[in-house]
Ligand binder design. Structure first.
Ligand SMILES: Cc1cc2nc3c(=O)[nH]c(=O)nc-3n(C[C@H](O)[C@H](O)[C@H](O)COP(=O)(O)O)c2cc1C
Length: 146
């Protein structure tokens, strides 16, 4: 069964609501095994065992969280050759601006030569029903692509 890895930084109730929606969306796809790892504890072994990855982070000071950056710093060279073409998706939540974080993530995933299989999701403000639904759809889209 294909394995979907969610690598997330979830430091607040808003981020937790989005992560729960991601879990629900992935669960809509029967034939996918879900692994969820906080970005500060995820490593190369998690990534190498996955067939696709969904990244989730708050926007912090115009960039991705240090936690998700730490994940990339950890896996970049160990996984550079082995994860070419890896399907991925991403969600970023911020108070008012997610563009810098999304651009930085895109730059790194381009370097890794991963394949974006769902539109990047930038969300701002308190996560309402539409935001949670967008996360469900994102997770289901990445899961189906596997
Ligand atoms: C140190 C720090 C820097 C932040 N920088 C940004 C930022 O540049 N842009 C933005 O939209 N939100 C920023 N935020 C807000 C976070 O993205 C937000 O707290 C996070 O998405 C969780 O949402 P919540 O606080 O509503 O639960 C920042 C938060 C912190 C703690």
């Amino acid at each position: 069964m294909p394995r979907l890895l969610v690598v997330h930084h979830t430091p607040s109730p808003a981020m937790q609501a989005l992560l729960e929606a991601v879990r629900e969306g992935a669960a809509l796809v029967d034939e996918v095994e879900l692994t969820v790892r906080p970005a500060l504890s995820a490593g190369a072994a998690d990534l190498l065992a996955a067939d696709g990855v969904l990244l989730g982070t708050p926007a912090n000071i115009g960039y991705m969280s240090g936690a998700l950056k730490h994940f990339f710093d950890t896996v970049y060279y160990p996984c550079l050759d082995a994860t070419v073409g890896l399907p991925y998706g991403v969600y970023v939540h911020g108070n008012d601006d997610t563009a810098g974080a999304l651009a930085a993530i895109e730059r790194i995933t381009k370097g890794l030569r991963w394949k974006q299989v769902a539109a990047p999701l930038g969300l701002t403000g308190a996560p309402d029903a539409a935001a949670r639904e967008a996360c469900r759809e994102l997770a289901a889209t990445v899961a189906i692509s596997l």
